[in-house]
Design a protein around this ligand. Sequence first.
Ligand code: PGA
Length: 251
Amino acid sequence: MRKPIVAGNWKMNNTIRESVALAQGVRELVGSLTSVDVVVCPTYVSLHAVAEAVKGSNIAVGAQDAYVKDSGAYTGEISPRMILDAGAAWTIIGHSERRHIIGETDALLNEKCRFALDCGLKVMFCIGELLEERKAGKMQDVLRRQVEEGLKGLPAALLENLVIAYEPVWAIGTGETATPEQAEEAHVFTREVLAGMFGRDAAQAMRIQYGGSVKPDNAAELFSKENVDGFLVGGASLKADSFAAIVKAAC
Ligand code: PGA
């Protein structure tokens, strides 16, 4: 049985004070649930304060990215060691906004993923096709490339700290959600690719989240699919009550 995992990606939203208030709200509503892993991902500057705000609850904290070096002359970057020191256990790697706005490549994301895991962070690794890629019938090619390039060379021992997030780019922040069938199809395919790389047992054990306009009113239907193991939530994670409703749908 794969334990469900629901994470809130707060993106570039909320000051420290606002982040703490949101974290406290989430804690009140779902902080004692143990049947689902709950992660909140504020900006770097709020990581420590949010980690303090959820300390002692079942809510974990994650960063939204992590660089590939421990320290040094890398202006503007943050290392996994610093993220861990701030009280976070997780990081997102390869979010579509970093792939498509910042221009991060499969090769860089592979380095980021491996380094973060090596340093002891848990990773939510995002994949997903653009609308034009889906329309051109290339969804599977894109997912295969992102998984094979992004996760190559990962030691089997670290796979338990890795979660995949399937986020079709056309569904992120658009209000347009993949249907449960579309999500399941992509998750099944992704699991096949993972099985080819890491073996069937490891692939079966790996959790695959869906992300892209997940809301309280569509979460339960998506979660009813066998291969949907939780969610990575953007917009709807910015309100404690809607995020909590999504968490509860995945219980
Ligand atoms: P959304 O974002 O829920 O606002 O579509 C999801 C994400 O980017 O992780």
